[in-house]
Design a protein around this ligand. Structure first.
Ligand code: UD1
Length: 340
């Protein structure tokens, strides 16, 4: 069983990836500092996979602790690096927190694994494309100036990884550009755990439906789209998690060399109003929503061209909007019945 380091493995995408790694026969080793995740997810993971995965709690920016970890867990064959902050608005207010954590953790990891043959999977984002000129957007589309320090950390990280491949500091790297991950595991034992008031659409929808929020505001209905609200490529988090296993498998192949990047989306775009309608239709719960002003920094529309992922990564998203909404709702109900 190949040992895979999963940084941020108790977070939203990380925890779902741990489940898929175990299902594919890998041995995950989780590192998480719990700064934006909850230790109870470790128990929840154990219920799904049938054993408690190896877990180490520390901040990857702490080089001394990271070096101790590397000595204590020899034989890591792959690294999936999720650990990072991801709130766009917070990054504008506190850019140094983002540049410090998101960049130093990556550089530290590359330094400590420099002479070890560990393949590297990086969590990037479609935010690197800004508002693309051509849709669906392909991996060759130009990277646009970042709209936020958060977005900038993803662009800088991709550059760091490319340079590190050229210098030989790391042999094989795949950067995965996520579109909008939503939904939860079918067990409803893990899902997204937003800190405070959710910034993202689907947790805001489910919290409104359960009565935690009074209403949801649709940020703008005067965009140049079919119903005036923004378009995104929503992808089920379980599909997204499986793509990380596909990335490890691709790098294990001797033909794979250097650095590559893949879009992880469904290839379809949906408007905010379509998502609200899908939630209502799937769950039978009516949502209290209103139309509000545009949110600063939002792009009008983006969805991914996923041809390269299908052909090279041998991965395609399978789960539709209905499953995304139903599973997000089951998770919200689970949370309300099991308050921490
Ligand atoms: C953003 C980032 C993405 C990042 C993600 C993580 C961009 C282009 N995208 O995604 O890189 O990984 O945050 O947090 O910077 N909406 C509402 N009402 C709400 C909340 C959202 O109408 O209460 C709308 C937004 O205007 C948007 C859509 O729903 O059109 C999705 O928003 P959100 O879930 O916040 O994701 P992004 O902004 O696309």
């Amino acid at each position: 069983m190949a040992k895979i380091l999963v940084t941020g493995g108790l977070g939203y995408i990380g925890s779902h990836t741990v489940v898929e790694l175990v299902a594919a026969g890998y041995e995950p080793v989780i590192v998480d500092d719990l700064s934006n995740s909850n230790i109870k997810i470790l128990d929840q993971l154990s219920k799904i996979i049938g054993f408690k995965p190896a877990f180490h709690q520390f901040d990857l920016c702490d080089m001394e602790k990271l070096e101790k970890f590397v000595a204590a867990e020899p034989g890591i064959e792959g690294i999936i690096h999720f650990a990072a902050f991801k709130a766009v608005g917070e990054s504008v207010k506190n850019p140094l927190k983002y540049y410090h954590t998101n960049i130093a953790s990556l550089v530290n990891l590359l330094k400590v694994y420099k002479d070890k043959p560990a393949d590297f999977v990086f969590s990037s984002s479609c935010t690197v494309y800004g508002q693309p000129d051509i849709l669906p957007v392909t991996e060759d589309a130009p990277v646009k100036p970042a709209q936020s320090p958060y977005g900038n950390t993803k662009q800088i990280a991709e550059e760091i990884l490319k340079d590190a491949v050229v210098s030989g500091d790391v042999k094989k790297v795949i950067a995965l550009r996520y579109f909008n991950p939503v939904g939860a595991h079918e067990s409803a034992l893990i899902g997204e755990l937003p800190n405070g008031v959710p910034q993202n659409l689907v947790p805001f929808i489910t919290q409104t439906a359960i009565g935690k929020r009074e209403k949801i505001t649709v940020f703008g209905n005067d965009y140049n789209t079919k119903d005036g609200s923004c378009i995104r490529d929503y992808i089920h988090v379980v599909d997204l998690a499986k793509a990380h296993v596909a990335a490890l498998k691709l790098m294990a192949n001797n033909d794979f060399k250097g650095y590559d990047v893949f879009n992880l989306g469904t290839g379809n775009g949906n408007t905010v109003l379509e998502i609200i309608a899908a939630f209502e239709n799937t769950t039978g719960v009516k949502l209290n929503y209103e139309i509000g002003p545009r949110r600063e920094g939002d792009v009008e529309k983006v969805w991914g061209d996923v041809t390269k992922s299908a052909n090279v990564l041998k991965w395609t998203a399978k789960l539709g909007i209905d499953v995304m909404m139903a599973s997000a709702w089951e998770w919200e109900k689970y949370l309300s019945q099991n308050p921490s």
